[in-house]
Design a binder for this molecule. Structure first.
Ligand code: HDD
Length: 702
């Protein structure tokens, strides 16, 4: 029977009963099916060709459906199981493929081939994540960012599972479920999602003095990054490098972004959650698609046991960092991310990192937080990925040969041959045997002191390093940090929790405590809790800043130019050229996506429509408008907000004469960052940084 023309093969309601046929091939034939090509036949997972992917098998044309329909059942069953349990932490992430290249050999310290063969490239898969939110949460909450790198080395997979902060909340893995429970949605009400600003988190923190150093970092602008391409990464713990004789050198691992480190301001991060939930994911995707491959330097801090013994802190305590001024960083390699995954689920979701994945020549330290992690990750992957064979999933499988006698289990993908699945054995010439050159542990002398649930006294100083961090910041960053504490604690309903936190701050810095107490409207400073160790003053470390370290560059940044009908085309052109010459990407924003008729009547298409493309997604903005356009847009809230927010977020603004009406409607006066659009050079200069001096004019900081 000839098929009639229907609007969609999946809308049977539109199909007259007479046109229904048991043989449905042909329905939809006349519909546009996309570009031509060589399409493989659609099959079931058993390879059985499927002739009809539109209709289930029914007893009659109008039902019921038959249980016999194995094609339907297979399709629905698979769909029902499409979600696996998400990660309990770091559920939301974005990842990319790339490579690590060694630029300086560490041969003197380690046998690990990836750290000794200069010029050799090791494939990597790197996943960035937020910690607290679910897989579908937003990209820009105030949160620590995970920075996990899987190196597929010739000697097996090495996973460096770090964060963008060099310290952690707790000293012992025993406390991990508690800190995570406290920060996740509260269990009775299931909110807030992806936010630490609530009672349970601050209740736990206020009762956990060891968390104070991490809290300083978490309340700093480090947790509201501009881009994943602009974050630092840290292995956090001390690890060991082992030479051929198994002599050990301690090492801390660092990643430093080539584009420099950069953050947003808090109001911008909040508004980005509305502007683009996927801001960081999209930014990473677009950079890689455009060939602007994100890159990091890989650096190490190397130190001996003797040096460690002389530190005024215990390097095995993950709440402590080693200032660069005490042990400098040596750059030994670089990582380039140059390929977006083909499939999000298969790769980014199923990748399973584990700090226990380590290669010969590298070893663990005794850090009790690391020791607990060595257990946790494999355990979580077993349930998350459904069984003991998840290492066979392509993204997790080593790229070097691997062989052992582990067998069977859920989802066994390999088909091992032969009789021998045990060792020692003598029956099979190709059965795997021990590798004498394989992974060996450092013969670390047993610690003094007996077995027990004991926290070392050398872990007891909880306030010296938070003080070091706070006092190392620029005054702008100190104000941001104090304001972040006020913001978060203002969301805490329980007065004694707010007060307990301010009490801790008194040990860190008296002025910080006062600023936060003022910001919360406390009448008096609450008492400081007893401190096991009196905090010391360490020499400030400017390396802990962001503002002081930002690169003076526009490379990798995005400039938005707002236009409308009648805009001056030569101004647009010269701004675009100057921005692109400086390494930035330019996006045109207009009231209509189709674009605007610029001078000369030619239509310039837009990259974003004004209502859906606020200035939060740009690093700096320009408004090029005719007198008419300026008047029109001064009555358009999206345009007024565009420029008002850019001003409030301390961005450079270029405006021509026509655009002044919009600036006036937004109440924007002149300052060093508001420049004439005709002067592209001064705009680019202003755009290379944020206008920090403007901040006191636009908001009250604690
Ligand atoms: Fe963890 C995931 C980083 C302490 C238990 N962690 C996870 C991820 C990162 C980190 C980046 C996401 C990996 C990915 O992209 O899939 N975790 C850290 C850092 C820590 C840390 C830098 C401290 C220095 N973690 C930590 C402790 C425990 C865990 C102390 C448990 C005792 N972490 C886990 C986990 C996760 C995880 C529950 C969740 C999903 C996963 O492992 O694969 O096992």
């Amino acid at each position: 029977m000839a098929a009639k023309k229907h609007p969609s093969p999946s809308s049977p309601a539109s199909r007259p009963a007479a046109a229904v046929s048991r043989d449905t091939r042909g329905h939809g034939d006349e519909l546009h099916q996309g570009p031509g090509g060589k399409h493989p036949p659609l099959t079931t997972n058993q390879g059985i060709p499927i002739p009809d992917n539109q209709n289930s098998l029914r007893a009659t044309p109008r039902g019921p459906t038959l249980l016999e329909d194995f094609i339907l059942r297979e399709k629905i069953t698979h769909f029902d199981h499409e979600r696996i349990p998400e990660r309990i932490v770091h559920a939301r992430g974005s990842a990319a493929h790339g490579y690590f290249e060694l630029t300086k050999s560490l041969k003197k310290y380690t046998t690990a081939r990836l750290l000794t063969e200069v010029g050799a490239r090791t494939p990597v898969f790197t996943r960035f994540s937020t910690v607290a939110g679910g897989a579908g949460s937003v990209d820009t909450p105030r949160d620590v960012r995970g920075f996990a790198v899987k190196f597929y080395t010739q000697e097996g997979n090495w996973d460096l599972v770090g964060n963008n902060i060099p310290v952690f909340f707790i000293q012992d893995a025993m406390k991990f479920p508690d800190v995570v429970h406290s920060v996740k949605m509260e269990p009775d009400r299931a909110f807030p999602q992806a936010a630490s600003a609530h009672d349970t988190f601050w209740d736990f923190i206020s009762l956990t003095p060891e968390a104070m150093h991490m809290i300083m970092w978490a309340m700093s602008d480090r947790t509201i990054p501009r881009s994943l391409r602009m974050i630092e990464g840290f292995g956090v713990h001390s690890f060991r490098l082992l030479d051929a004789k198994r002599n050990s050198t301690f090492v801390k691992f660092h990643w430093r972004p080539k584009l420099g480190i950069q953050s947003t301001v808090w109001d911008e991060a909040v508004k980005l959650q509305a502007a683009d939930n996927d801001f960081h994911r999209r930014d990473l995707f677009e950079a890689i698609q455009n060939g602007a491959y994100p890159e990091w330097e890989f650096a190490v801090q190397l130190f001996t046991q003797e040096q460690a013994d002389g530190f005024p802190f215990d390097h095995l305590d993950a709440t402590k960092l080693i200032p660069e001024e005490i042990v400098p960083l040596t750059v030994v390699g670089r990582m380039v991310l140059d390929r977006w995954p083909d499939n999000f689920f298969a790769e980014t979701e199923q990748v399973a990192y584990c700090p226990a994945n380590i290669v010969p020549g590298i070893d663990f330290s005794n850090d009790p937080l690391l020791q607990g992690r060595l257990f946790s990750y494999l355990d979580t992957q077993l349930i998350r990925l459904g069984g003991p064979n998840f290492h066979q999933i392509p993204i997790n499988a080593p790229k070097c040969p691997f062989a052992n006698l582990q067998r069977d289990g859920h989802m066994q993908m390999l088909v091992p041959k032969g009789r021998v699945n045990y060792e020692p054995s003598s029956l099979q010439a190709d059965s795997p045997r021990e590798a004498p050159e394989g992974f060996r542990s450092h013969a670390t002398p047993a610690n003094d002191g007996g077995k027990g649930r004991i926290r070392a006294e050398s872990f007891a100083d909880h306030y010296t390093q938070p003080r070091l961090f706070y006092r190392s910041q620029t005054s702008h960053e100190q104000a941001h940090l104090a304001s972040a504490l006020v913001f978060e604690l203002s969301k805490v309903g329980t007065a004694h929790v707010r007060e307990a936190m301010v009490g801790h701050l008194r040990h860190i810095d008296a002025d910080l405590a006062k600023r936060v107490a003022d910001g919360l409207g406390l009448d008096a400073l609450p008492p400081a809790p007893p401190a096991a160790v009196k905090p010391q003053d360490m020499k400030p470390s400017p390396a802990l800043q962001i503002i002081g370290k930002m690169k003076d560059t526009l490379e990798g940044r995005v400039i938005g130019i707002l236009i409308d009908d009648g805009s001056d085309v030569s101004t647009i052109r010269s701004l675009r050229k100057a921005a692109e010459d400086a390494g930035a990407t330019v996006k045109i924003v207009a009231p209509k996506l189709g674009g605007a008729k610029v001078g000369g009547g030619k239509k310039l298409p837009a990259d974003g429509q004004l209502a859906g493309t606020p200035s939060t997604v740009f690093d700096a903005v320009a408004l090029v408008l005719s007198g008419e356009g300026g008047k029109r847009l001064s009555r358009e809230a999206a345009a007024v907000d565009f420029v008002r927010d850019a001003f409030g977020h301390l961005k450079a603004i270029a405006a021509d004469t026509g655009a002044q009406a919009v600036l006036q409607a937004a109440g924007i006066g002149k300052d060093a960052g508001v420049v004439d659009a005709g002067n592209a050079k001064s705009f680019i200069k202003a755009a290379r940084t944020r206008q920090w001096d403007r901040e006191p004019r636009v908001r009250t900081l604690a």
